[in-house]
Design a protein around this ligand. Structure first.
Ligand code: E4P
Length: 220
């Protein structure tokens, strides 16, 4: 299973690459705004970190676009900046159409803001490279998430679509595990979510306990 970092903070991405060998990055307008840098500057800085690798960086088109042609025009400009870029498009009618138009030109897309298996199916039919169901938002809305991931994976496998299932807006280690058990290909989460998921309070408690016994025992 691949782990993507959901961030546009260059220092976080560098740390995640060094510490966890993350497999890619997803950005969105919120992350870019939080980076404090202009959009084009920060995505190019992130793209440069992955130059020469086959890891991907998802970058989102202007969310105000309502026409597929406008999405495609911006996507072509963005894709020309880095071979690692995968273009994020919204799960709207225009976004679905843009997937196919971009695929015809060899540009990979990541269908974002997906909240149902029906949306994911349409993305796969149109040839999306990634489909991103947002589980954190869905769970915050009181909705169950596992069956949606299972359905998306089953649909992909039933029809042999090439789309990878990228479970997004992941908020904790439990959701990472649920995505993995359901057969997702990728999870994307923030730095703190991964950091916490690699930890458990009992690990620290146990280590302190063993250190105490170690200190009370002669070595030879
Ligand atoms: C995924 O690709 C999105 O960038 C992300 O998970 C969106 O959710 P968030 O910004 O609320 O985490």
């Amino acid at each position: 299973m691949k782990f993507f970092l959901d961030s546009a903070h260059v220092h976080e991405i560098e740390r995640a690459l060094t510490m966890w060998d993350i497999d890619g990055v997803t950005t969105n307008p919120r992350h870019v705004q939080a980076s404090g840098k202009p959009f084009l500057a920060v995505i190019q800085e992130i793209g440069a970190l992955f130059a020469g690798t086959d890891k991907t960086v998802s970058v989102e088109v202007n969310p105000h676009h309502t026409k597929a042609e406008a999405m495609v025009a911006e996507a072509l400009t963005l894709a020309a900046l880095s071979p690692n870029f995968v273009i994020k498009l919204p799960a709207t009618e225009a976004g679905f159409k843009a997937i196919a138009l971009l695929k015809a030109q060899g540009i990979r897309s990541n269908l974002t803001l997906v909240f149902s298996a029906a949306q994911a199916l349409q993305a796969m039919r149109m040839g999306a490279f990634y489909v991103s169901p947002f589980v954190g938002w869905k769970e915050s809305n009181g909705e169950e998430i596992v069956s949606m991931i299972e359905e998306i994976v089953a649909i992909r496998d039933n029809y042999d679509f090439s789309t990878e299932v990228l479970v997004a807006a992941v908020r904790n280690g439990r959701q990472i595990v649920e995505a993995a058990v359901a057969g997702a290909d990728i999870v994307t989460a923030g730095f703190a979510v991964f950091q916490e998921s690699f930890d458990h309070p009992y690990t620290g408690v146990g280590l302190a306990r063993f250190q105490s016994f170690w200190d009370q025992t002669p070595y030879d």
